[in-house]
Design a protein around this ligand. Structure first.
Ligand SMILES: [Ca+2]
Ligand SMILES: [Ca+2]
Length: 165
């Protein structure tokens, strides 16, 4: 329950950070996707979400400490391209598949049906669900993929909730 509560808080923070980033965007920003905030980092230690123009800047803004570990990076495009969403916390995943972290609604962070390639780190894998709240079809546990369309029945732009283990 603590993890679920933390995620709910994160989702709320994500909205706040997104709103702040939009307000702070330069007047020269073009219409459409905000180019100043297409790379986001969730620091699961501080429950802070930060978005910036590049992943390193987002990582610095999220106050990630020297011991924090990246557990996964989501990419909007295939081939590890496009906008990213990096999941960071303080320890590695355990060897077994026991869904140590999860996010029940990727729309809350702007990632519904958007994930096209993914990398995982520190012994973690990710499992994708077609529906919110882990409903509908689910993928195998994925260590990484440059093209999720090639995983199982096809997972390009399909995941709506995820579990990490
Ligand atoms: Ca995509
Ligand atoms: Ca879906």
């Amino acid at each position: 329950m603590a993890i679920r509560t933390a995620f709910a808080t994160l989702a709320a923070l994500s909205c706040l950070v997104g709103a702040t980033a939009l307000a702070a965007a330069p007047a020269t920003a073009t219409a459409g996707a905000d180019p100043s905030a297409q790379h986001c980092v969730v620091n699961l230690d501080s429950q802070k979400v930060a978005c910036a123009a590049d992943p390193q800047q987002a990582r610095q803004l999220s106050d990630v400490g020297p011991t924090a570990l990246t557990i996964a990076i989501f990419y909007a495009g295939t081939g590890y391209t496009g906008a990213t969403h990096t999941w960071v916390q303080s320890r590695r995943c355990t060897p077994g598949y026991d869904a140590e972290w999860q996010w029940d609604n990727l729309a809350e962070i702007g990632w519904n049906n958007r994930l096209s390639s993914v990398r995982t780190y520190n012994r973690c894998d990710v499992k994708l669900y077609d529906g919110f709240n882990f409903k509908g079809a689910s993928s195998v546990w994925i260590d990484g993929s440059s093209n999720l369309g090639k995983i199982g029945s096809g997972w390009n732009n399909r995941a709506s909730s995820v579990k990490f283990s």
